[in-house]
Each structure stands twice: as structure tokens, then as C-alpha cells.
Design a binder for this molecule. Structure first.
Ligand code: AMP
Length: 130
């Protein structure tokens, strides 16, 4: 069965899309720990990030770098933090989280965003993606 993220890539489940390349896809985390929390995934479904072949791992890392630059432009933050968990969804993904302080990288704390806020943020990030 396809992962929830494969369904997002296929357009079968909606998402707040931020960026896309031939091999990679980025969208807002639906339960963000900070405003601007983005997930970067390979379109190909592989459970564990570090099982990706070298080529795709490299492409995903460079894609995440580009997405992090758009987050830095759009979201007020000191730096964009990176995390890899993968305990919930078995489709490799890199979390990018704008940080003002260490406490912003807290996966037990979530921020509430309205539908409109999600839409605007995704559109702003998409526009800033280079
Ligand atoms: P983990 O696998 O532990 O890295 O966590 C999976 C992440 O995916 C969590 O931060 C969820 O909030 C996020 N997530 C799960 N389903 C969706 C979805 N349909 N759209 C966006 N983010 C999701």
C-alpha cells in the first residue's frame, strides 16, 4: 500500500505544496512545531532516509538546502533547523524547522494555524523557492 506521502505526491491527498523537482517534493507539515515547518521527501517511496541510494540522497539534501533558503527568506528565524525522525510515516523525509531558539525544535509542542495561514505560508514559500 502506498504511503500517505506517496498519495500526496500523486495528488490523491491534499497538501500545502511548497516546492517540487523531478525527484523531490516539499510541503507544510500538517501538525507544525513552528510556523514554516516543512517536510522534504523523495517522490520515490523508501522508508528510511539513510537507505536512499547515494544519487537520490544527494538530490534530496540539495533540494532541502534550497527549501531551507526559502524558509529563511519568508519566516523570521535565526536559522533553519534540520531533523530526521521517520517514526510515524514510513516514507523518508527531512523536517525543516525555522528556529528562534533551541526550544523551537520540540516535537511535543505544536502551533495552531488556520487554513488561510497554511495557504498563505505555502504560497509565500513557493514564491521564494529558487
Ligand atoms: P515522523 O515520521 O516521526 O518524522 O513524523 C511524521 C510527520 O509527518 C509529523 O510531523 C506529521 O505531522 C507529518 N504528517 C503526517 N501526515 C501528514 C500529512 N498528511 N500532511 C502533512 N504532514 C503530515
Amino acid at each position: 500500500m502506498a504511503s500517505i506521502f506517496s498519495k500526496i505526491v500523486a495528488g490523491e491527498i491534499p497538501c500545502y505544496k511548497v516546492a517540487e523537482t523531478e525527484k523531490c517534493f516539499a510541503f507544510l507539515d500538517i501538525n507544525p512545531v513552528a510556523k514554516g515547518h516543512v517536510l522534504c521527501i523523495p517522490k520515490k517511496e523508501v522508508d528510511y532516509l539513510f537507505d536512499l541510494d547515494e544519487q537520490l540522497y544527494g538530490e534530496l539534501t540539495l533540494f532541502a538546502q534550497r527549501v531551507a533558503k526559502s524558509i529563511k527568506k519568508v519566516c523570521p528565524c535565526k536559522k533553519v533547523g534540520v531533523a530526521v525522525l521517520g517514526l510515524e510515516v514510513p516514507h523518508a523525509h527531512i523536517h525543516l524547522i525555522p528556529l528562534q531558539s533551541e526550544g523551537d525544535m520540540d516535537f511535543h509542542h505544536h502551533v495552531k494555524m488556520t487554513e488561510e495561514e497554511f495557504k498563505k505560508l505555502a504560497a509565500d514559500l513557493a514564491a521564494a523557492f529558487e
